[in-house]
Each structure stands twice: as structure tokens, then as C-alpha cells.
Design a protein around this ligand. Structure first.
Ligand code: FES
Length: 106
């Protein structure tokens, strides 16, 4: 079953500027880009680094430490050194609420 929790207000997000939130103790980076909002686990799969401190470009978020880029749609890295994907989570927008489900990884 998928249950969504409110992560933040849509108006709190700025285009291409990641926002870190904690949902049930899980760090999540919210990214509004290309007309959509994405939720990706906020820890790089290569080392314990916050992805929300990286840059967003072309529907990817770049780890600031070694430069791996993760696809915001799938969580897959497209450049070394990271080889494992980062979890991504379903997002729903209801009014000004950004809702994220941690129970079903997509
Ligand atoms: S810590 Fe993210 S690529 Fe190395």
C-alpha cells in the first residue's frame, strides 16, 4: 500500500534548487525541475553525502563530492564513481501540498 505524507508546500520549492526534508527520519531531497517535482533519497550511494547540496541539470542531480549524476526519475547514476542507484519516491501535488510516499519506491 502506498501512503503519502506532506513533505512541504509547493510554494517553498524553487526551480532547480533542491530542498532537503526529513520524512519519518528519512532524508529526502525534493527537486522542482522541468515542470515536475521529484523526490530522491538525500544520501549519495557512493558515500555519506547530501545530494541536496549538489546541482540540478537536465533532470539529474549531481553529487558535489565526486560528480556522479543521478537521474531524478529513476535514481540511477550515469557517471562513476557511484554505481548503485539512489531510491526515488512517488510524489503527488495536492493544492499547495507536496506529498511523498516512502513506502513504495519507484
Ligand atoms: S560521494 Fe557522491 S559520488 Fe562520491
Amino acid at each position: 500500500m502506498t501512503s503519502f505524507v506532506r513533505a512541504c508546500g509547493l510554494s517553498e520549492l524553487e526551480e532547480d534548487i533542491p530542498k532537503r526534508v526529513e520524512l519519518d527520519g528519512t532524508p529526502v531531497s525534493l527537486v522542482q525541475t522541468e515542470g515536475e517535482v521529484f523526490a530522491i533519497h538525500d544520501i549519495c550511494s557512493h558515500a555519506n553525502v547530501s545530494l541536496s547540496e549538489g546541482e540540478v541539470d537536465d533532470c539529474h542531480i549531481e553529487c558535489w563530492l565526486h560528480g556522479s549524476r543521478f537521474d531524478l526519475r529513476s535514481g540511477k547514476p550515469d557517471a562513476l564513481p557511484a554505481t548503485r542507484p539512489v531510491p526515488v519516491y512517488p510524489v503527488k501535488i495536492e493544492g499547495d501540498d507536496v506529498l511523498v510516499s516512502l513506502t513504495q519506491e519507484s
